[in-house]
Write a protein that binds this ligand. Structure first.
Ligand SMILES: [Zn+2]
Length: 392
């Protein structure tokens, strides 16, 4: 039996009502009562509170039929803003969304340094700038979250960022010293997995998001929750050994998955073989469009190694959705078909494999969405991705 005092029950009712308003975009008081099972008086009291707090507003559907148009309730997106920060190497992405998760502002800042103290200063300066910019909104800039391309420990400190070679950094503590509050850190692959669920695959509670970049990292959602592991470091799948006594890895082992299937490895292999130098993803596209057989073969070899790891991961998690976040796969139309050719084991079960549409923005929009869910204390959240297609 679930028991609780009045304030606690009220809080739960409020979060359910808000969740339904998010899901339906526009909904009447009567439908809220029907869907949540709460009586009309309870719904009415809660709705009045939410109207007072300006978190929602009343609107009327335009239609031509005779009769009274019902008053509908919708989320008031302009009262609160959320900042997602992607601390990548050489640049930082700042992405601001409103309360509905629509991107309203976006900035890419090139970094001239990788010295920790200087990067912290750049982050602090930008957060302060955005706090001022959104100060007129009722709740202002509510929360900032930094996506880390490395391991984040359960005590919210950074354990290791390979690209910067930063170890054991208390980034939140150091930002606090510069006057920055309401900020958190999270692993980028975790935020990407969360973003895919919130913006694209709302119904998938068992979802794996695998980021193929300079390494391979995964965000794992099990039964709708992020699985982080004992230290908070779960998802370092790039260090799964796929070739015993294979290529040496920076982690100290040999034959790790990311030594064969991360994106830089494809470029390395292709450039060894081809006369024309491939430097970026548009070079791959261009050569594929010309029907270059060597590029296609190199891609297929790379995909074969990618699927060895995928096969292992599928057997471990039996995921519903596997989302692969990789610009190379995005530039190769046959990628999914090629991959599925290698995933023929009768034991390996998954519902679908897709390539991420959020791409490099997944981490920052995930960070903003997590801020929204925490701010409103929602049990679950779904957001529309309509305004999140800004190309980086
Ligand atoms: Zn390794």
């Amino acid at each position: 039996m679930i028991t609780g005092d009045g304030a606690y029950i009220k809080k739960i009712n409020r979060s359910y009502i808000l969740t339904e308003i998010f899901e339906h975009h526009k909904i009447s008081r009567a439908d809220l009562s029907k869907i949540t099972g709460l009586n009309k008086a309870t719904v009415s009291v809660q709705v009045n509170d939410l109207l007072d707090e300006t978190l929602i507003y009343e609107t009327q559907e335009e239609h031509n039929t005779v009769g009274r148009r019902p008053i509908l309730l919708s989320i008031n997106e302009k009262v609160a803003y959320f900042l997602g920060i992607d601390l990548d190497r050489e640049y930082i992405l700042f992405n601001i969304t409103d309360l509905k998760g629509n991107t309203v502002n976006y900035e890419k800042v090139d970094l001239q340094t990788d010295v920790y103290e200087e990067v912290v200063k750049v982050i602090a300066e930008h957060i302060k700038k955005y706090q001022l910019e959104y100060a007129d909104a009722r709740y202002g800039l509510v929360h900032s979250m930094i996506a880390i391309h490395g391991t984040v420990s359960t005590d919210h400190t950074i354990h290791f960022i390979p690209r910067y070679q930063w170890r054991d950094k208390d980034l939140l503590g150091d930002l606090k010293k510069l006057g920055i509050d309401n900020i958190s850190v999270e692993n980028n692959a975790n935020l990407s997995a969360y973003a895919e669920k919130i913006f694209n695959y709302y119904k998938s509670d068992n979802l794996l998001n695998i980021n193929l970049s300079s390494g391979i990292g995964a965000g794992i959602m099990i039964n709708g929750e992020l699985h982080k592991g004992f230290h908070g470091h779960a998802g370092e799948m790039g260090h799964m050994i796929i070739y015993p006594k294979g290529k040496p890895c920076r982690c100290g082992n040999e034959g790790c998955w990311e030594r064969y299937a991360s994106e830089p490895i494809f470029f390395e292999n292709a450039n060894k073989r081809l006369d024309a130098k491939i430097e970026n993803h548009s070079d791959i596209k261009r050569l594929l469009n010309k029907g270059n057989q060597e590029v296609m073969e190199e891609l297929n070899n790379w995909i074969a190694d990618l699927t060895i790891g995928l096969n292992n991961v599928i057997n471990l998690y039996n995921p519903e959705m596997i989302v692969l976040n990789s610009p190379i796969l995005k530039s190769y139309p046959q990628a999914l078909e090629e991959m599925k050719k290698h995933l023929l084991s009768s034991v390996s079960q998954y519902r679908d494999i897709v390539i991420s549409g959020l791409g490099a923005k997944a981490g920052v929009v995930g960070a903003c969405a997590m801020g929204i869910q925490d701010f409103l204390e929602l049990p679950r959240l779904t957001l529309s991705k309509t305004n999140n297609s800004i190309i980086i």
